[in-house]
Design a protein around this ligand. Structure first.
Ligand code: BQF
Length: 286
């Protein structure tokens, strides 16, 4: 079997078109959606990610504001900025780019963002919502994976899904969202013994472990759908996922590439959440 390659760029483009139309409608009603991005420190990867997000805002007509702080800034200063943005009616989404420098208390930062503006979906309220299946904002990466599966008409209900990686940002919310779609979900992580005995059962395999070539063909069931969330930069400078793409392509029915798979969807769902936030404000009568 030769897998179909899922084009994340194309799917992202389509959703951004939809966002653009929704933004135009809001603007006609006097609301321009706004996203505030807080960047602390000078991690080069984070700078690239923030640039991607700002560019995506520009593309669909979402107003963006950037706030950059040096890595030794006091946590209080960032909290103050978040509180200010919580009160700003022009701002519909607030995101703090991760990772934060080590001296920050991440949970305190995330708790300070108003859940109504938490377009990354990391506030405890939104995290809790995942358990009962009604978040205000689903977290962008798992949301993007779900959209990719749906736009390719891949059935989720009743399927065996194995999620490799149990992070708060990808693995755990992904598992909850797929449970909500009536999949049978198994979560594996760094301490899982004999990973292959789980992955081989997967009809849909979602990999977010951060290890190049973690998933090789022997670990994949013939015809499986393989979603690679990993982004690893090799010493050669090449960007690769967590899956042996060439090898697994010969066994899977669908596979996502890196780059150009899940990554563009992550950024797009952030814009999607921001537009939805502005619509919610409009619907509630401003
Ligand atoms: C692509 C992220 C790890 C840790 C923090 C497009 C992005 C990436 C890849 C991007 C990511 C990863 C983001 C591609 C945002 C996704 O073409 O493959 C876009 O900008 N991402 C982030 O903000 O924080 C991270 C990964």
């Amino acid at each position: 079997m030769v897998a179909r390659v899922i084009d994340g760029l194309a799917a992202a483009k389509e959703i951004r078109q939809e966002c653009k139309a929704r933004v135009n409608k809001l603007v006609q009603s006097g609301i321009r959606p706004g996203l505030a991005v807080i960047l602390v420190g000078n991690d080069p990867a984070s700078a690239v990610y923030v640039k991607n997000k700002i560019r995506a805002c520009d593309e669909v007509g979402v107003h963006s504001l950037q706030f950059k702080f040096p890595s030794d800034i006091a946590e209080e200063a960032v909290l103050k900025k978040i509180e200010e943005l919580n009160r700003d009616p022009q701002v519909h989404g607030i995101l703090v780019q991760l990772p934060l420098p080590r001296h920050f208390d991440l949970s305190r930062i995330l708790l300070t963002i108003s859940p109504e503006k938490d377009v990354d979906g990391f506030h405890l309220y939104n995290v809790g919502g995942l358990v009962v299946g009604n978040t205000v904002f689903p977290p962008c990466t798992p949301f993007g994976v779900l959209k990719l599966l749906q736009s390719n008409n891949i059935k989720i209900e009743g399927q065996n899904v194995v999620v490799v990686g149990a992070s708060n940002i990808v693995g755990k919310p992904m598992a909850l969202m797929l449970m909500q779609q009536d999949a049978t979900v198994c979560i594996c992580h760094a301490k899982t013994r004999d990973l292959a005995q789980f992955t081989i059962l997967a009809d849909i395999l979602v990999v977010a472990a951060g290890r190049p070539n973690l998933i090789v063909p022997q670990m994949v069931k013939t015809g499986a759908v393989v979603i690679d969330v990993g982004i690893n930069r090799l010493s050669s400078g090449e960007l690769v996922g967590d899956v042996d793409f060439a090898g697994v392509s010969e066994k899977a029915s669908y596979i996502t590439p890196v780059p150009g798979g899940v990554g563009p969807m992550t950024v797009t769902m952030l814009i999607y959440n921001t537009v939805a936030s502005a619509e919610r404000v409009f619907a509630s009568g401003e």
